[in-house]
Design a binder for this molecule. Structure first.
Ligand code: CIR
Length: 256
């Protein structure tokens, strides 16, 4: 069974971390409605939702992707790059411990799940303002024993690796070439985001269905033109917090 772990939006999301975007007012009620639609979409695609307990005092706590990397063999609990986010991992670890053996990234390592793109047994890790060399080395050491290959990918002017590139088909990536270099993915085909939609690369592939943000219609056209089935959802309020589609869930097989 496919699990999607999610967490409700904090009423303090307006005080979230921001790196590349200016702060604008977030309509929390609308954000919660959009988050419910997000969960419904995951359910429609076959996921069973596991609700983490709310963390109302932690503004970014809805963005659970950054707190862990869940593989079939093990779950890695991250140490998020933003100090304000470190407490988010505690409750995630408690819940994930029901499904997997846990390994914790240790200081001085930092790692955000948004920097991790897994394609089969290859794990691409963004070297970003959130994920440092120590964090990446720790992943490498821990996951080598499960047969994973780690590729470090420098990330340009964006928050995470998956702000710049995600998988949209078996061997196809949606990419913004101005933010990440294609040479790191030699065996893959590429679809480029539309020029006027630089943040459109973040999508979530579940089975052969792709969840995309309704904010990027030109990029959607490009995906559909390549025969990729797309479900668009409105996550405008989460985007104001520099969040995107992948960051609101941890998706994994329950193996039960
Ligand atoms: C942050 O800056 O940490 C949050 N405001 C947004 C995190 C988004 N996470 C993600 O895309 N994986």
């Amino acid at each position: 069974m496919l699990i999607a772990m999610t967490r409700p939006i904090s009423p303090k999301m307006g005080q979230c971390e921001l790196t590349y975007l200016p702060r604008v007012e977030i309509d929390i009620e609308l954000a919660c409605a959009q988050h419910r639609e997000y969960e419904k979409t995951l359910e429609a695609l076959g996921c069973s939702i596991v609700h983490l307990s709310a963390e109302p005092e932690l503004p970014d706590s809805v963005f659970v992707e950054d707190t862990a990397l869940v593989l079939d063999e093990v779950a890695l609990i991250t140490r998020p790059g933003a100090e304000s986010r470190r407490l988010e991992t505690e409750s995630v670890a408690k819940r994930l411990g029901e499904y997997r053996e846990l390994i914790f990234i240790q200081p001085p390592g930092t790692l955000d799940g948004g920097d991790v793109l897994r394609i089969g047994k290859t794990i691409y890790v963004g070297s970003s303002s959130r994920s440092n060399a120590s964090g990446i080395n720790q992943i490498l050491t821990v996951l080598a024993r499960f047969g994973y290959r780690i590729v470090t990918v420098p990330v340009g002017e964006c928050l995470h690796l998956k702000s710049a590139v995600t998988q949209v088909g078996h061997s196809t990536l949606l990419i913004n070439r101005r933010l990440v270099v294609t040479d790191y993915f030699p065996e893959m085909d590429f679809i480029e985001v539309a020029d006027e939609e630089p943040l459109a690369a973040n999508t979530l592939l579940i089975g052969n269905q792709l969840i995309c943000s309704a904010s990027f219609p030109r990029t959607r056209e490009r995906l559909e033109a390549r025969g990729i089935g797309v479900r668009c959802i409105d996550v405008s309020e989460l985007e104001k917090a520099e969040g995107a589609i992948t960051c609101c869930s941890l998706i994994f097989d329950s193996l039960q």
